[in-house]
Design a protein around this ligand. Structure first.
Ligand code: LMR
Length: 398
C-alpha cells in the first residue's frame, strides 16, 4: 500500500544532531552542527529569568486550559514591543496582526499559507544560500521557490549589486525572505545602508518582504538587530515578520515563536488577524501553554525582562570571544590563510569555506560535527574544546 511513498533521507541539520547523539566517542565529540547555544560547560542553559518564571508558575500547580488560537495577549504584545518598539506608531495604532506560533518554523508556515491563499500568483525567493527549511516550508505551502544572489565566497561578503538587480527583476507581490540579522547559514549580514537600498527596491517593485528573525540579541543588540524591520515599517511597507524565542530564551523544545503582519491600517489588521487564527485552527488549533506563559511572564515583568536582556548579551559575548579565539588559534596553526571572517561574521554561525569532504573528515576522524555546507555553530565551542577543534580543522586543511 505504501510502496509508492518516497524515501525521506532525513534533515541535514536535525539528522546530524541524531547522528551526533549516537556517536560513541563521548570524550572527544563536539557538536557544531545545529544552531543551539551551549554554555562554557558545554550544557544547554536554562536562563535564570526562565527559572524564576517557571518556579513562580509551578507553585501552586496551574490548570491547563486551551490558549486562544493566536496565543496569550501578553505574548503577542511582547513580540510587537521587541520587534517594532513599544512606542512605534504601527504598534500604537493597532495595525499589526500578531499571533503566537509553534516556533519560528510555525510562523513561517502560517505566514506562507496565508500569502499563498490571498496572493496565489506570488512566487517566493530565498537567499542563496539560506536555512534549508525556508525552502521546504514555502514549497510545502505550495510556492515555487527561487533563490536570489546573496553570499559571495570570494569576498566573504554579499553580492549586493546582483541581489539588487535580481530584486528589480521580480514581479509585484513576489515574496522575498530576508534575514534581518545573523544570517543563517553564512553569518554575513547587510549593513544598515544596504538595507535602506534593498527596502527601496522592495517598495518600488511592490514585493512582499518576509523577515525571519531567529537570533534577535545575538548580532549587535536587541534594537540594532531589528533595524531592517523597523525601517520597513517606517517606510510604510506591509512586512511579515516571523520571530523565534528558541535561541534567545533557550526554550527550543517549547516551540515559542510569533508571526506579525504589519498592515496599512487597523481595519486590515483585524482581517489578517482573523485569517491567521483560522489558519492556526485548521492546522493545530492553538499554541502550547507552558512556553507561552514563560515568555509572557519574562517579557512583561520589568525585572525579569532586564535580566533576560543581560543573559542574551552574555551568550552573545561568549560567542564573540569564541570567534576571536578560534581565529587567533587557527591563524597561528595555519599561517598564510585568512581566518578574519570568524570575527566579521555575526550571530551563531560561521560559514567556514570547508568543503563537504573536509567536513566529512572532521566528523569521521575527529568527531567534530558541522553541517555539510561548511556551516559551523560557533556557540558549540568552549575553552575546553576549542584547541581540539582548531587542531582538527588545521589537519583537514593541510
Ligand atoms: C539551525 O539552523 O540549526 C536551527 O535553526 C535549528 C533548525 O531547526 O534547523
Amino acid at each position: 500500500m505504501f510502496q509508492h511513498v518516497e524515501f525521506y533521507p532525513g534533515d541535514p541539520i536535525l539528522g546530524l544532531m541524531d547522528k551526533f547523539n549516537q556517536d560513541p566517542r563521548h570524550d572527544i565529540k563536539v557538536n557544531l552542527g545545529v544552531g543551539v547555544y551551549y554554555d562554557e560547560a558545554g550544557r544547554l542553559p536554562v536562563l535564570e529569568c526562565v527559572k524564576t518564571a517557571e518556579a513562580a508558575r509551578a507553585n501552586p500547580p496551574q490548570a491547563r486550559p486551551y490558549l486562544p488560537m493566536d496565543g496569550l495577549p501578553g505574548y503577542r504584545k511582547a513580540c510587537q514591543n521587541l520587534l517594532f518598539g513599544a512606542d512605534n506608531e504601527a504598534v500604537q495604532s493597532g495595525r499589526i496582526a500578531t499571533i503566537a506560533t509553534l516556533g519560528g518554523s510555525g510562523a513561517l508556515r502560517v505566514g506562507a499559507d496565508f500569502i499563498h491563499q490571498w496572493f496565489p500568483q506570488a512566487k517566493a525567493y530565498v537567499s542563496n544560500p539560506t536555512w534549508g527549511n525556508h525552502i521546504s516550508i514555502f514549497e510545502g505551502a505550495g510556492f515555487t521557490v527561487g533563490k536570489y544572489p546573496y553570499y559571495d565566497a570570494a569576498t566573504i561578503g554579499v553580492k549586493f549589486d546582483e541581489m539588487l538587480s535580481f530584486f528589480n527583476s521580480l514581479n509585484e507581490n513576489d515574496v522575498v525572505i530576508l534575514h534581518p540579522c545573523c544570517h543563517n547559514p553564512t553569518g554575513v549580514d547587510l549593513s544598515n545602508a544596504q538595507w535602506d537600498q534593498v527596502l527601496q527596491v522592495v517598495q518600488a517593485k511592490k514585493l512582499i518582504p518576509f523577515m525571519d528573525i531567529a537570533y534577535q540579541g545575538f548580532g549587535d543588540d536587541m534594537d540594532g538587530d531589528v533595524y531592517a524591520i523597523r525601517k520597513a515599517v517606517a517606510m510604510g511597507l506591509s512586512v511579515f515578520v516571523s520571530n523565534s524565542f528558541s535561541k534567545n530564551l533557550s526554550l527550543y523544545g517549547e516551540r515559542v515563536g510569533g508571526l506579525s503582519v504589519v498592515c496599512p491600517n487597523a481595519e486590515e489588521a483585524k482581517l489578517v488577524q482573523g485569517q491567521l487564527k483560522f489558519t492556526v485552527r485548521r492546522i493545530y488549533s492553538s499554541p502550547p501553554a507552558h512556553g507561552g506563559h514563560v515568555v509572557d511572564d519574562v517579557m512583561n515583568n520589568p525585572a525579569l525582562f532586564a535580566q533576560w536582556v543581560g543573559e542574551v548579551y552574555a551568550m552573545r559575548d561568549r560567542i564573540r570571544a569564541m570567534r576571536q579565539q578560534l581565529q587567533d588559534v587557527l591563524s597561528a596553526k595555519v599561517p598564510g590563510r585568512d581566518f578574519s571572517y570568524f570575527t566579521k561574521q555575526r550571530g551563531m554561525f560561521s560559514f567556514t569555506g570547508l568543503t563537504p569532504e573536509q567536513v566529512a573528515r572532521l566528523q569521521s576522524e575527529f568527531a567534530v560535527y558541522m553541517v555539510d555546507n561548511g556551516r559551523m555553530c560557533v556557540a558549540g565551542l568552549n575553552s575546553k574544546n576549542i584547541d581540539y577543534v582548531a587542531n582538527a580543522i588545521a589537519a583537514v586543511l593541510q
